[in-house]
Design a protein around this ligand. Structure first.
Ligand SMILES: [Zn+2]
Length: 453
């Protein structure tokens, strides 16, 4: 009797297994999919509270995972920011800080040195097959960003459709059942913004401005900043176009999951390299300041099997945290060189520990920032106003500089030495430049064209 009931249980289990598909062996380790969207500021993503439904796919991903409301990029433009995501060190440490794209070449950009351990290298060492798809030429083999990738495609400033085609080409390899790491970078929200249909039809508040809009219009706007700042309809048109690019990108990311990758057993991370300014302060675009509109980026993390779904977290984190978080989820030891921290504990409900975050920019202007306990200090040692201090709780848009006020003196006295100490303890690394270095004449020429500041 006992025997026959055991047989019955075993037979039932086998049938259940066949029905649920567990006869097919799942991958032992989850796949890792890291999606970076160039120039995506967090507050234009709908699950971050934006009034437009710009990102239905990212919203669905956030519902399956954790959404970090306060994620700061370490600088405000692509090469240093992506090098920081790849290495979990700040720009001064990896030394990738300058460079310019011109005539299908990257000029004067420091190369990410081979001595740095990258996320792709760590995962390759752990047995992952590694795939990198870059739509931004600043991230190429020549600039050292292909380190650790078995398969690496670097397109010259391409659109979502082109990088999607590159993803389709590796579909068979991604579906072979062996664990993989895929990094894919979308560029579309970067200027010049195109009017993406069908979204622009509903977003455009001033359709008359779209007639005759060309790729050069955005550059002209930057040259005449006052026009944008003082003409709401032009500023709104820039925003409407930018939003249409975000929605266009969101659609292609949903197509990536429909057509290329299988996310049933995957750790999925979505973030950005920096935001974008629309004259909130005296800037348009990015790579100009360390204000919130250029630094605050989305960070959405969906764990395999949708553990801890639907959480929104307010702890301040940085994109340098992505690398250690991936290793932590996979149970791989986090290298001591990482300056970021795993955010897995936060996702599981642990209380955040106070920690300073940093940002810096060194291309034309020299800026550094520290974010601690909901305060932010931006230091501009070479400028007439050398310090900007913001209370991020009462002034999240950083409009009211408290640096000269008596009430904030204590906080200034705390943050200034902490920032100086961090700079002293982390000396700048003199990274090798790319194979093409600028002569002083070329540099002057590029500066006059507005490519260097
Ligand atoms: Zn970028």
């Amino acid at each position: 009797m006992k025997n026959s009931s055991t047989h019955l249980v075993v037979a039932t289990l086998i049938v259940l297994c066949l029905i649920t598909g567990c006869a097919r062996k799942p991958p032992e380790r989850p796949n890792v999919i890291l999606i970076t969207i160039d120039t995506l500021r967090a507050d234009h993503v709908s699950c971050y509270g934006y009034e437009r439904e710009t990102t239905p796919f990212l919203d669905s991903l956030a519902a399956r995972g954790s959404l970090f409301r306060n994620c700061h990029a370490p600088p405000c433009w692509t090469p240093p920011s992506m090098a920081s995501i790849f290495t979990s060190v700040y720009p001064r440490t990896h030394g990738v800080r300058r460079g310019v794209a011109k005539e299908r070449e990257i000029h004067g950009q420091e190369v990410l040195d081979e001595s740095f351990l990258t996320l792709a290298e760590s995962l390759k060492k752990a047995g992952y097959r590694t795939f990198g798809l870059s739509s931004n030429a600043h991230m190429s083999r020549e600039t050292g960003m292909a380190q650790g990738f078995d398969h690496f495609v670097a397109q010259w400033f391409s659109q979502a459709k082109d990088i999607h085609d590159a993803a389709l080409e590796i579909k068979a390899q991604l579906r072979s059942g062996e664990p993989y790491f895929l990094w894919i970078h979308y560029l579309d929200p970067h200027s010049p913004y195109l009017a993406r249909k069908p979204w622009i039809d509903t977003y455009a508040r001033h359709p008359e401005h779209l007639d005759g809009w060309t790729a050069k219009t955005m550059e002209a706007m930057r040259a005449d900043f006052g026009l944008v700042k003082n003409t709401p309809s032009i500023r709104e048109t820039l925003i409407d176009l930018y939003d249409s690019e975000i929605s266009h990108t969101d659609l292609f990311i949903s197509r990536l999951f429909d057509e290329v990758v299988d996310d049933r057993n995957a750790l999925v991370i979505v973030s950005s390299d920096h935001g974008e300014a629309f004259a909130e302060h005296d800037f348009l675009g990015h790579a100009q300041s360390l204000y919130v509109e250029e630094l605050k980026v989305p960070l959405i993390i969906a764990l395999p099997d949708d553990q801890v779904a639907g959480k929104a977290l307010t702890a301040a984190v940085s994109t340098v945290d992505i690398f250690p978080t991936v290793l932590d989820v996979l149970g791989i030891e986090i290298p001591a060189a990482c300056r970021g921290r795993s955010v897995l504990g936060l996702m599981r409900g642990e209380e955040p520990e106070p920690r300073p975050l940093f940002a810096e920019f060194d291309r034309g202007r020299s800026l550094a920032a520290i974010i601690l306990d909901d305060w932010k200090l931006i230091s501009a040692p070479e400028e007439s106003t050398t310090a900007y201090l913001f209370d991020l709780i009462v002034d999240p848009r950083e409009q009211n500089n408290l640096a000269g006020t008596e009430s904030a003196k204590q906080m200034l006295d705390r943050l200034q030495p902490a920032l100086a100490r961090w700079q002293r303890d982390n000396p700048s690394f003199d990274a090798p430049r790319g194979k093409i270095n600028l002569t002083p004449d070329q540099e002057r020429m590029l500066r006059s064209l507005g490519y260097l500041r």
